[in-house]
Design a protein. Sequence first.
Length: 127
Amino acid sequence: MPFSIHVEADSGVAIGTCSGVLGLADAKAGASTLWENPAWSGLAVVWDLREAQLDTSSSEVFQLAQYIHAEQRSPGPVRVAFVTSRDVDYGLARIFEAYRERPATEVHVFRDFEAAVDWARTASRTK
């Protein structure tokens, strides 16, 4: 999965930018990369998928949610936003949002990048 992750200096939000066709293994690799950097621990995250195409099934989305639940290091992100441009990707991300409902991490899906970043920044300011 072609992706890059950077942290906004002013807000402390991690922005993951993805492109190309993404499958389950790609999503796991992106999550693992985020977890492996101690400086990013506990940050709010925005995954920008507007230039990506999700190539996964709803059962694989469930597998990803289980993987993250089992493997995510503590503290996990307070908020995780996904920004999509395609209807099918939006629907798959919403399935993930439903599977990941738990008090420690809020997950929300957006079509507007700035709205997603603003939502994530709010969590970072309240930490």
